[in-house]
Ligand binder design. Structure first.
Ligand code: XLS
Ligand code: NI
Ligand code: NI
Length: 436
């Protein structure tokens, strides 16, 4: 059965095409810096926004037309949705998808019933993966929607809820493993607080550390070798989330002995909510050796919440790709569109326009970043800027062979530091524009 009868398989037609249902820049097999675009970008469709989003907001109800979905909570409906999803992903030509346990299968009255529902849908997912060749980039557990998680899951004050969350994550890791998932994500939506008067922060963060270590132990015990990823976000739904940004996550990972077990999944709109640019978060994660994967989206400059819009800004995607190229790729991570169409874009075809735009924006970003790197002007500028550390006193500082007394002696002899050189910010901003 065709769920998108009017949409053919999306093809690469080049920048001059007039066809809006075609790629202008994303050419999966095109080689950039020695790898195909498909391998650099590793695009993934997210199940929650794309197949569970309804268009409702705090002020209005559902708007999105999803003719394959009868709106019920039945397993049958969930399986029909799987077929619509895989037709979409296949026509788009994205190699991966991602899901939360509760996106794909309905929650039952007990955890056993939920697990049974999940098993039934996972069977359909496995069949569709097999049929289409689409793979699972990551699975995760929804530990935030059900009211039991009102105080958090791994940071709850209720030990039974903690146990429930552990059982849910155990099952989610199992099905991710079963489906050949190459990563497993932890986004701690309610792992934070609304108010410090009622919160034992130390106990909550220690318990979170125990939880992630138990998850890693369990994954190892069942032979799951996928990569664990934390997804930083500063707030929403909590006032303060413990995984605030990449730096806060790093401190957590180091404190709880998780550095070799977990990397980061960086999301654009979360970076900006934390007061950082996406490039900052990516670069910080990269230099610390924990850049694992990205959730590609964008916020709205005028709105202060997680609007999860599709990324179309070429500056943004070029900056992202500069960091990803510098790292040599994201594998086994990828580029997951954690993004949703606006509620006014209610037709199924809008899902195609949204993803095509995001994929083309990233493909352009990849080509632009590769051109910047090939010219080498930017890299040379940065290298030269720090050249005082390549020899003389700078080299001694970086080698750790001098102390304060040596540095004082050095500068007493010189009397004054060598003159500074211009940072040339404006010139470099103009330079970047040459490649766009
Ligand atoms: C919410 C998060 C969420 C994670 C997966 O803001 O982005 O969608 O990616 O739990
Ligand atoms: Ni988000
Ligand atoms: Ni996300």
């Amino acid at each position: 059965m065709a769920f998108f009868p009017d949409v053919p398989k999306i093809a690469f037609e080049g920048p001059k095409t007039k066809n809006r249902l075609a790629y202008r820049h994303y050419n999966a097999s095109e080689i950039v810096e020695g790898k195909t675009m498909q391998d650099w970008l590793r695009f993934s469709v997210c199940y929650w926004h794309t197949f569970r989003g309804t268009g409702s907001d705090p002020f209005g109800s559902a708007t999105l037309q999803r003719p394959w979905d009868d709106g019920s909570n039945s397993v049958e409906n969930a399986i029909k949705r799987v077929h619509a999803a895989f037709e979409f992903i296949e026509k788009l030509g994205a190699p991966f998808y991602c899901f939360h346990d509760r996106d794909v299968a309905p929650e039952g009255a007990t955890i056993s019933e939920s697990n049974k529902n999940l098993d039934a849908v996972v069977k359909a997912l496995a069949e569709e993966q097999q049929r289409t060749g689409v793979k699972l980039l990551w699975g995760t557990a929804n530990l935030f929607s059900n009211p039991r998680y009102m105080h958090g899951a791994a940071t709850t004050c209720n030990a039974d809820v903690y146990a429930f969350a552990a059982a849910q994550v155990k099952k989610a890791i199992e099905v991710t493993h079963q489906l050949g998932g190459v990563n497993y994500v932890f986004w701690g939506g309610r792992e934070g607080y609304m108010n410090l008067y009622n919160t034992n922060m130390k106990r909550e963060i220690d318990n979170l550390g125990r939880f992630i270590n138990m998850a890693a132990d369990y994954a190892k015990s069942i032979g799951f070798t996928g990569q664990f990823l934390f997804e930083p976000k500063p707030k929403e739904p909590t006032k303060h989330q413990y995984d605030f940004d990449a730096a806060a996550c790093l401190n957590f990972l180091r404190s709880y002995g998780l550095m070799d077990k977990v990397k980061l999944n960086i999301e654009t709109n979360h970076a900006t909510l934390a007061g950082h640019t996406m490039m900052h978060e990516l670069e910080y994660a990269r230099i610390q050796g924990v850049l694992g994967s990205i959730d590609a989206n964008t916020g709205d400059l005028m709105l202060g919440w997680d609007t999860d819009q599709f990324p179309t800004d070429i500056y943004l995607t070029s900056q992202v790709m500069l960091v990803i190229l510098a790292q040599g790729g994201l594998q086994p991570g990828g580029t997951n569109f954690d993004a949703k169409v606006r509620r006014e874009s209610f037709e199924p075809v809008d899902l195609f326009h949204a993803h095509i735009g995001g994929m083309d924006a990233f493909a352009r970003g990849l080509k632009i970043a590769a051109a910047i790197r090939a010219d080498g002007v930017l890299a040379k500028f940065v290298k030269d800027r720090y050249s005082s550390f390549d020899s003389g006193i700078g080299a001694k500082i970086e080698a750790g062979s001098v102390g304060f007394a040596d540095l004082e002696k050095y500068i007493l002899e010189k009397g004054e530091a060598a003159p500074n050189q211009s940072g040339r910010q404006e010139m470099l901003e103009n330079l970047i524009n040459d490649y766009l």
